[in-house]
Ligand binder design. Sequence first.
Ligand SMILES: Nc1ncnc2c1ncn2[C@@H]1O[C@H](COP(=O)(O)OP(=O)(O)OP(=O)(O)O)[C@@H](O)[C@H]1O
Length: 139
Amino acid sequence: MKTNRTFTMIKPDAVANGHIGAILDHITKAGFKIVALKYTALSAQKAGEFYAVHSERGFYADLVSFMSSGPIVAAILEKDNAIADFRTLIGATDPSKADKGTIRNLFAKSIEANAVHGSDSDENAEIEGSFFFSAFEKF
Ligand SMILES: Nc1ncnc2c1ncn2[C@@H]1O[C@H](COP(=O)(O)OP(=O)(O)OP(=O)(O)O)[C@@H](O)[C@H]1O
């Protein structure tokens, strides 16, 4: 199923560094429509659930701790080819390898504190969006 939607989080590092506005500006200027938006925070338990796919990885405990360290912004975005185009817009997981002008190149400091999340498939976009938003909060 192709939904033309993706899910993103502005992670605690980018929120703490005051980049919410600049990142949302980047996203909308790239042609993404915001269809759901929330300023919130993840408990350690919720961060662990969100990143459960990485639970066997060495960085999992640090990732859970980082993702629950402060507020985040969660959003559902709509655009043709949303998944691939958004991952191009944010750049590589490691900001030192992210293309110039990408969100991670501009706003991220490390492979863990990498400013934003972007879904990797239509299926995960739906699961992740529903993790944060009820049917009444998606437009
Ligand atoms: N080697 C690592 N050391 C520390 N943290 C890591 C490492 N690899 C990934 N992470 C963290 O785990 C997150 C999820 O990793 P994944 O491999 O799914 O990358 P991604 O798909 O680019 O990121 P995201 O899922 O957040 O969009 C990364 O965004 C990063 O915050």
